[in-house]
Design a protein around this ligand. Structure first.
Ligand SMILES: Cc1cc2nc3c(=O)[nH]c(=O)nc-3n(C[C@H](O)[C@H](O)[C@H](O)COP(=O)(O)OP(=O)(O)OC[C@H]3O[C@@H](n4cnc5c(N)ncnc54)[C@H](O)[C@@H]3O)c2cc1C
Length: 462
C-alpha cells in the first residue's frame, strides 16, 4: 500500500463520493498534479449519500446554474455510458392548480435556461407512464432528457478516482479520515491523519453531510444540515423480466404528494424487480445534527441510512395508492427501506468556493448526484482559472454573513428548505418565513407603518 505523502498541492477530503471524485477529475483536466484524496471509508463511498442515492436527474430548475450543472452532468454520465435517458414527468393533480402553475413556471425557466422540458396532457402522460391513474391529473411536465445514472453514481465515483490515480496525478487513500486541519495566520497549512501529516496550501472539503464537522476543523462554518429522506421498496415487480433493463418506465414525480417513484427494471439487474418510492416530509422533516450521525460501527445499515418507521409515510403512501395503484398490489419490503441522509442548506443552494474565514480552505458541498460532475467542473474552473463560466453568486459559500451562520438560524432555514423540497410549490421569488428580522434599517418602523411589504437579503429586511 502506498505511504501517505508528506506534501501535496491540494488535499481533497471526502474522496469517495460523487462530488470528491468529480472535483479530482476536473482539477486534473486543468493540469493539477500532486493531489491527495482522503476518504474516511471506502472508495467509492460505502457510507455516504452517493452509496444509496436514487440517481434521478431532471434538467429543470428555476436557476440557471442548476440547469447548467445538471445538463453538463447528464452529458458527462451519458458520454461514459452511465446514463439511461428514459425521460421523466412531474404531474399536477386535478385539484392542485397551484402545482399546475408551478409546472408552467418550470417549463418557462427550463426554456430560458436551455432545457427541453414541455407540458403534456393527461393522455400523453398515461401513454408514457402506464402505471398512472390518468383521471387524477390535469397535466404534466415532460423532461425528455431526464433519466437515471446507471448502474449507480457510486460506480461512476469509483471509476473517476481509478482514472485519476492511473494518471499519476492523484494518490487516493481509503480508510484515512482527516482528523484535523492545520491553520496558521488564517491560512491552511496541512491536514492531520492517523497515517501522518500532509503539508498543503489547499484543502478541499467534499464530505456531503459530514461537511460542517470538517469545515469546523479548519475554523470555518458550513451552513448545512443533513435531513432524513424516506426511501421505500415494493416488490417483486417483474414487468421487465428478461429485458436486461435497469429501468423500464420514465421517472415519475407527484410533488403535490411530496413523492416520486420508479421501477428498478429487470429482476436480474443489480437492484431490479422492484418499485422504488421516495418521499420528502413536507411538515416535520427530520433534521439531524452532523455530530449525531452514527459511526460506521454503530450504524445498523450505514451512517447515512437510518431506520424507517411506516407511520412516517402512511398518509402519503395512501395518496400514492390512488395515483399509482400498482403499489398496493406489491408487498412493502421493509428490510431494504430506510431513511437516507442528504444535505439541505439555508437557501437550497450548493456551498462552493473558498471559505471567507480561512484562506486555502475550499468547499464543494450540498451537491446532488444530478449536479456532481457539473459542479466538479464549476469548482475546478473556479480554483484553477479564478472564475467559473457562470456567475457563481448563488452557490458561493461567501454569500452568507456571520449572522446567517449561527446554529439557530441555520437550523430554522434548513428546516424551511427541507419542507419545501417538493411541496408546497414555491414561487422562485417567495421570501423565507424563518430567520427574519435579523437586520432592520432605521426606516423600518416608518416603512412598516406605511404598509411596506418586506423581502429579505443577506439578513436585511428590505
Ligand atoms: C435516499 C437518497 C436518495 C437520493 N436520490 C437522489 C437523486 O435521485 N438524484 C440526485 O441528484 N441526488 C439524490 N440524492 C442526493 C445525493 O445522494 C447526494 O447529494 C450526493 O450523493 C452527495 O455526494 P457527496 O459526494 O457530496 O457526499 P457523499 O456521497 O456523502 O460522500 C462524502 C464522503 O466524505 C467522506 N468523509 C466524511 N468525513 C470525512 C473525513 N473526516 N475524512 C475523510 N473523508 C470523510 C464520507 O466517508 C463519504 O464517503 C439522494 C440522497 C439520498 C440519501
Amino acid at each position: 500500500m502506498a505511504t501517505l505523502p508528506k506534501q501535496a498541492n491540494a488535499v481533497i477530503i471526502g474522496q469517495g463520493g460523487i462530488v470528491g471524485a468529480s472535483v479530482a477529475h476536473h482539477m486534473i483536466g486543468h493540469g493539477w498534479d500532486g493531489l491527495v484524496g482522503l476518504e474516511a471509508s471506502a472508495i467509492p463511498s460505502d457510507v455516504g449519500s452517493t452509496s444509496h442515492a436514487s440517481d434521478f436527474c431532471y434538467m429543470t430548475s428555476h436557476d440557471k446554474m442548476s440547469c447548467y450543472t445538471t445538463t453538463y452532468s447528464q452529458r458527462f454520465y451519458e458520454a461514459r455510458g452511465h446514463y439511461n435517458r428514459i425521460g421523466g414527468m412531474e404531474v399536477a393533480r386535478v385539484d392542485d392548480d397551484a402545482r399546475m402553475e408551478e409546472l408552467k413556471r418550470k417549463v418557462g425557466s427550463g426554456k430560458a435556461f436551455g432545457t427541453n422540458a414541455h407540458l403534456i396532457g393527461p393522455s400523453e402522460a398515461k401513454e408514457r407512464f402506464p402505471l398512472l391513474e390518468e383521471g387524477l391529473i390535469q397535466g404534466a411536465m415532460w423532461d425528455p432528457d431526464a433519466g437515471l445514472v446507471v448502474p449507480r453514481s457510486q460506480r461512476v465515483a469509483g471509476e473517476l478516482v481509478d482514472e485519476a490515480v492511473a494518471s499519476g496525478r492523484l494518490q487516493a487513500f481509503a480508510n484515512t479520515p482527516a482528523l484535523a486541519i492545520d491553520v496558521h495566520d488564517g491560512r491552511v497549512q496541512g491536514v492531520e491523519t492517523h497515517k501522518g501529516y500532509i503539508a498543503t496550501p489547499v484543502v478541499i472539503v467534499t464530505c456531503g453531510i459530514w461537511g460542517p464537522l470538517v469545515a469546523g476543523m479548519g475554523g470555518a462554518h458550513l451552513p448545512l444540515m443533513p435531513v432524513e429522506h424516506p426511501l421505500l421498496f415494493f416488490g417483486p415487480y417483474d414487468a421487465f423480466a428478461g429485458t436486461g433493463r435497469e429501468i423500464g418506465y420514465p421517472l415519475f414525480r407527484d410533488q403535490g404528494n411530496s413523492a416520486y417513484l420508479r421501477d428498478t427494471g429487470d429482476p436480474s439487474t443489480s437492484e431490479g424487480g422492484q418499485i422504488e418510492w421516495g418521499y420528502y416530509e413536507p411538515t416535520e422533516p427530520r433534521l439531524v445534527y452532523p455530530q449525531d450521525i452514527a459511526s460506521k460501527e454503530e450504524a445498523r445499515l450505514s451512517p447515512s441510512m437510518r431506520d424507517l418507521d411506516a407511520d412516517q409515510v402512511m398518509s402519503a403512501y395512501e395518496r400514492a395508492l390512488e395515483i399509482t395503484p400498482v403499489l398496493g398490489d406489491l408487498g412493502w419490503d421493509e428490510k431494504s427501506s430506510f431513511n437516507g441522509l442528504l444535505s439541505v442548506t439555508p437557501d437550497g443552494g450548493s456551498l462552493v468556493g473558498e471559505s471567507p474565514e480561512t484562506r486555502g480552505l475550499w468547499f464543494c458541498e450540498a451537491v446532488w448526484v444530478k449536479d456532481g460532475p457539473g459542479m466538479g467542473k464549476v469548482f475546478a474552473d473556479w480554483i484553477s482559472l479564478g472564475r467559473p463560466e457562470l456567475d457563481p453568486h448563488g452557490i458561493d459559500i461567501a454569500r452568507f454573513y456571520p449572522v446567517q451562520k449561527t446554529r439557530g438560524h441555520v437550523y430554522d432555514r434548513c428546516l424551511e428548505t427541507a419542507r419545501k423540497i417538493y411541496d408546497p410549490p414555491v414561487h422562485p421569488r417567495e421570501p423565507y418565513e424563518s430567520g427574519r428580522n435579523l437586520r432592520r434599517s432605521p426606516f423600518w418602523p416608518r416603512e412598516q407603518a406605511l404598509g411596506g411589504y418586506f423581502m429579505e437579503a443577506g439578513g436585511w429586511e428590505r
